[in-house]
Design a protein. Structure first.
Length: 202
């Protein structure tokens, strides 16, 4: 089917809504018409934008500015006021809360509050304990019984190992993470389809 009026626009979602998109995305500014692999070109023509931290002119995107304001940063004033999209590249999303775990080590968004929407939280491992068997050193010459352990106060533990298969332990020097799949995070920026020239082929 080839229909230039075909619309995937969903008016039930509020401007500022974020969704995960499993396809490749080309922006309206740089559509990359001959890109490979295939992309949705341009994603803005469907009423969405990439959450990549881009700076937008408030007068050109009034609906989205009403939703976001200066929360993710801004510059200029009046007719030259610019505001930023959230930058969700490489990020996990978390529902806002005020429990102890949620508010620990948070950083406010550029125009937000420490424990508010848009704030970020650094990675961490929850405190825990490991069972450790104290080594026993050999007895001193001429003495009977067990000896004492020799302790190196500056020693560091090595990477985790498994008694059955040490290669099964996955480690990273960069982050703590669960198994994950990468997607594009998109944000809805208008209630009206923009008047871009585009064709949707199915």
């Amino acid at each position: 089917m080839n229909d230039s009026n075909f619309s995937l626009f969903n008016t039930t979602l509020p401007v500022g809504a974020i969704t995960a998109f499993a396809g490749n995305v080309a922006s309206y500014i740089n559509p990359q018409q001959n890109s490979s692999p295939p992309t949705t070109q341009p994603i803005e023509s469907f009423g969405w934008m990439l959450c990549d931290g881009s700076s937008l002119k408030a007068s050109e995107y009034p609906e989205l500015y009403v939703a976001l304001g200066n929360l993710y940063g801004s510059s200029g004033s009046e007719q030259n006021l610019m505001f930023n999209l959230p930058d969700l590249r490489g990020q996990f999303l978390r529902g806002i809360d005020t429990d102890k775990a949620s508010i620990e080590d948070r950083t406010a968004a550029a125009g937000g509050t420490k424990n508010g929407i848009g704030s970020t939280q650094k990675d961490a491992l929850q405190t825990h304990q490991h069972i450790y068997t104290k080594p026993i050193g050999p007895p001193a010459p001429g003495e009977n019984g067990s000896g004492t352990a020799t302790v190196n106060s500056k020693a560091y533990t090595g990477i985790p190992t498994s008694e059955t298969d040490a290669s099964s332990i996955k480690v990273s020097q960069y982050e703590t993470r669960p198994t994950n799949t990468f997607v594009n995070y998109l944000i809805k920026y208008t209630y009206k389809l923009p008047k871009f020239n585009h064709t949707v082929s199915l």
